[in-house]
Design a protein around this ligand. Structure first.
Ligand SMILES: [Zn+2]
Length: 926
């Protein structure tokens, strides 16, 4: 075995750190926090139309479900789920779709509604609970806020308030959020505690006074839909019943509120923080996740406006609301609307724009409120601009403000509002246009300021990627082609001084620009790698020469075309999954082209290729299917028994190892039974049986740790035995985490890798020694790189965060907890990579190629993909497109990262493995 020589250890360490930092870089570059501090506040209006406001948020409630005519999956009755809300849309209020942004998660959604700004993507990682927040919110500006709901949401607005006494919160405990129980309970809690509060106030004069003050907010956070959607998906009876429940309760609420306060001065906002995808998840920019309902009514809100002609599109056709004007808003606009209705200051960080269509007041008032809104946003621009001026060598103002200063805008608008107030109504369209223009320019300006440093940092990242590709390829050439393992050149004096000074200058620039810590790291990698590249340039040139030494020119051209074609196909495969199928079909004939004579293995290969090629085409919306789980399980059991039989026949295994192998098969059978029990119980909505949960965990621990450890004590070293052990080690975990066809894929994928090993061995045997060249190495690396992508997509994952259904993890964790659940999903994701990595390791051994040659070659070239996706990243356009580009970039980097980490695991897994030395005995000695 090749020892852990220095260049390789450095390569792995640098590689892992590099990928981790560069994975994060897009969030630092593209999704920077928009927050600034130290702004003056602007009050929305001096004459608020409402005395108090009710904000009712159906967590995870989709716009279409709220308004659509729906057929109930159990009772098969058709009808509207929210007749009361619809009656308001028709008769009393104003409605529209509130468009949320990525990430469509609860926290950023609530922040957008209540604080008026869009959190950057990294907010998702910033804790869900007691995270102290440093932004201003609408609740903070209210007289007093009473909030009811989930402990995941309420605390951040309470703790973030200038005076935490200002916000009261009634929250259930986390154990309440058991995903397998009825979700309606969560919403019932909210209404119960609100009425309890009303009741208490009749006995408590101080409380009564407090509740009846002007400017109060009542926030009802209804988690039910989100919970039902996660557990049973948004087309389930549970989700629908929850929407119905909310509608009934809101009707009761409106009545009770009117009676309790004895007036008509209450404003109501009914909306949602985000929607829900068909998979029962959210997070990305799919329209199902970004479209939420907004219905406002009560004091200060406009009555419905009839359309002169019916207006509907494909999406809204079945709502039967084409005759009513629909007024869509961006989610943050809700903050401005609420601030106006009860006359608070616009929250300091809010970028929401007051949706005038919702407001029922005279025009002078309206324009004054909008004008104040514009000034509040402009204030943020000015503060931010000052920050940028102080941290830049050269500052260039945003060009639109260069053309026309903000003072000039403000003066003109102010003058016009004065005239309108004196009765000159002809100016109305003009003032509206100008104020909206000022807001748009200001928001663009803010974006301009936030991305002021892009060019520099993007250049650094590009140099980083290209640097990594060349640097790691040089190491590959040094270690595996030139076999100069231990010669680690020292950089020359010139090299050190050149890169040293570049480093000093750039670091100073970063320092002057008050860059965050990560930016220094992004810079460090290219500096280090390019310095190394120049130090080793001779090795690079020599290596290239000897790498292509025995390959003819025609072959070189052919190989070149193949490499480009495969990489580009894979890039497009990320967008169009059928391309993967196409590649599989081509691959199925490659042994014939390479001259493999064994008819049996060629035929088997073609069959497996065709079968496995269908997996990337399956609908990613996986419906839990016990039948498919069982079929996969039985495949695994029968396949293992067959392999055990052959191993025993070949006398490759000791009695000790054999009994452990059989134990492993028994573990697979047991976990299959456990999974059946859990799934049935969960599908019958009877919760997760305690014994099934305990059994699931115990079987996982046994199969992942205990049995492998026993194997380790007295190992059987034949590679076939080892492959089977590894396959069986992860099989139980994979089965319990399977939703539908994934374990069939696991079985086939392993079979495919094993067949591939045999075929490459046969091809190698059939070639004479003179023909021996690096063409095989390149071919294996290309196929390996392709399989690296299949390891991810084959289990039916879509390139998106929200496509991971939680169905499977409920069998182990019935209560929602994002981090352990995420860890389990991650484990499931990694398992196919482990199989691939082990397979590549065995190939190295069997073909007598030095260890890790193939994986190192894959690792060094795979970032061509990441670089591709880095430039395909989009920050504008629909949030769906943006989301897809982000996930693609993350996936490309993650697969490199998995490869790197798992290589080390593979090293341990394949310790002391023996292969038959059927291939050219001589070479091992070289
Ligand atoms: Zn939510």
């Amino acid at each position: 075995m090749v020892a852990w020589n220095r260049p390789r250890t450095t390569l792995l360490t640098v590689g892992i750190l590099f990928h981790l930092f560069y994975l994060w870089s897009i969030f630092d570059i593209y999704f920077v926090s928009p927050l600034v501090h130290g702004m003056s506040l602007y009050r929305s209006t001096e004459t608020p139309p409402a005395k108090r406001l009710f904000l009712i948020v159906g967590d995870g409630l989709r716009a279409d479900t709220t308004f659509d005519n729906i057929t109930h999956p159990v009772s098969h009755e058709s009808g509207y789920l929210a007749p009361f809300i619809r009656s308001i849309v028709r008769e009393k209020g104003t409605y529209g779709v509130s468009h949320t942004r990525m990430p469509t998660e609860s926290r950023p959604g609530h922040v957008a509604m209540i604080a008026g700004f869009y959190e950057d993507v990294s907010a998702v990682t910033k804790g869900w609970k007691e995270n102290p927040v440093d932004f201003d919110s609408f609740f903070n500006q209210s007289t007093h806020t009473y909030s009811f709901g989930s402990p995941d949401i309420l605390p951040m607005f309470k703790e973030g308030a200038t005076d935490p006494e200002k916000v009261d919160a009634w929250m259930y405990g986390h154990e309440y959020e058991d995903f397998t129980q009825s979700s309606i309970e969560l919403d019932a809690y909210v209404f119960r505690h609100l009425y309890q509060l009303f009741d208490n106030s009749t006995k408590d004069t101080e409380l009564d006074f407090q509740i009846r003050q002007d400017g109060n907010v009542f926030f009802l956070h209804l988690l039910g839909c989100d919970t039902a959607g996660h557990s049973y998906r948004p087309y389930s009876a549970e989700y629908y019943d929850n929407v119905k429940y909310i509608d009934e309760q809101v009707e009761i609420l409106v009545d009770k509120v009117a009676k309790f306060f004895g007036d008509d001065d209450t404003a109501f906002i009914f909306t949602a923080d985000h929607g829900m995808s068909a998979f029962g998840s959210h997070g990305d920019g799919h329209p199902n996740n970004t479209r939420t309902p907004l219905v406002a009514w009560g004091a200060g809100v406009n009555k419905p406006v009839k359309n002169s002609k019916p207006v509907a599109d494909n999406y809204t056709e079945s709502w039967n609301l084409a005759d009513i004007q629909r007024n869509d808003v961006k989610q943050a606009d809700i903050t401005s609307l609420m601030s106006y209705l009860i006359g608070t200051n616009y929250p300091a960080n809010s970028v929401g724009e007051l949706p005038l269509a919702y407001i029922n007041t005279n025009d002078g008032e309206k324009f004054q409120a909008l004008y104040n809104n514009a000034r509040s946003i402009l204030e943020q621009y000015l503060v931010k601009e000052q920050e940028v001026i102080e941290s830049q060598f050269v500052y260039k103002e945003y060009f639109k403000f260069e053309e026309r200063s903000h003072e000039s805008y403000l003066n003109e608008i102010h003058a016009m509002i004065d005239k309108i107030a004196k009765g000159d109504t002809s100016l109305e369209p003009q003032v509206l246009k100008l104020t909206e223009e000022l807001m748009t320019v200001t928001l663009e300006g803010l974006q301009y300021l936030t991305t002021y440093n892009w060019r520099l940092i993007r250049t650094i990242v590009t140099f980083g990627f290209i640097g990594w590709i060349i640097y790691s390829f040089t190491i590959f050439l040094k270690v595996f082609i030139l076999a100069k393992e231990d010669k680690n050149n020292k950089p020359s004096l010139l090299n050190v001084s050149v890169f040293g000074s570049i480093g000093l200058v750039l670091n100073y620039v970063l320092y002057y620009q008050r860059s965050p810590f990560n930016f220094y790291m992004y810079l460090l990698f290219p500096l280090f790698m390019w310095s190394q590249i120049f130090t080793d340039k001779d090795a690079f040139i020599q290596g290239i020469k000897s790498f292509f030494k025995s390959i003819s020119v025609a072959e070189r051209i052919f190989i070149g075309i193949c490499i480009v074609a495969i990489y580009e196909s894979i890039v497009y495969g990320f967008f169009h999954r059928w391309i993967f199928t196409f590649i599989f079909i081509i691959l199925s004939f490659y042994p014939l082209i390479c001259g493999n004579k064994s008819v049996l293995s060629n035929a088997a290969w073609i069959i497996t290729s065709c079968y496995i090629s269908t997996f990337t085409l399956y609908d990613a919306v996986k419906i839990e299917s016990l039948t498919k789980i069982n079929v996969g399980g039985i495949f695994i059991i029968l396949g293992s028994l067959h392999s055990i039989g052959r191993i025993v026949k070949g006398k490759l295994v000791s009695y000790y190892s054999l009994s452990l192998l059989i134990t492993q098969v028994v573990l697979v059978i047991l976990i299959l039974l456990t999974t059946n029990k859990s799934v049935e119980s969960l599908q019958n909505r009877t919760g997760l049986p305690r014994d099934a949960q305990i059994a699931g965990w115990s079987l996982m621990v046994l199969s992942l740790f205990i049995v492998p450890f026993l194997h380790y004590l007295k190992p059987s070293n034949h590679y076939k035995v080892r492959l089977l052990i590894i396959f069986l080690t992860f099989a139980p975990t994979f089965i319990i985490l399977t939703i539908s066809f994934e374990s069939i894929f696991y079985f086939l994928f392993t079979g495919y890798v094993v067949q591939w090993i045999e075929i490459e061995t046969q091809i190698k045997k059939s070639k004479s020694k003179e023909q021996e060249n690096y063409a095989q190495l390149i071919r294996i690396s290309l196929i390996g790189f392709f399989l690296l992508q299949i390891a991810f997509f084959g289990t039916g994952n879509v390139a998106s965060i929200s496509s991971f259904s939680l169905d499977s993890v409920y069998r182990l964790l019935p209560i929602f907890d994002p981090f352990p659940m995420g860890a389990l999903l991650m484990l499931k994701l990694i398992i196919p990579y482990i199989i691939l990595s082990t397979g590549l390791g065995v190939l190295n051994l069997k073909l007598s190629i030095k260890d890790y040659t193939i994986s190192t070659l894959i690792i060094s070239t795979s970032d061509i993909l990441s670089l591709n996706f880095f430039y395909l990243l989009r920050t504008e356009g629909s949030w769906l497109d943006i989301g897809v580009t982000i996930s693609n970039y993350c996936l490309a980097i993650l697969s490199s990262l998995f490869m790197l980490t798992i290589e080390m695991v593979g090293h341990i897994l394949l310790k002391n493995v023996i292969v038959e030395q059927e291939v050219d005995q001589e070479k091992k000695k070289q």
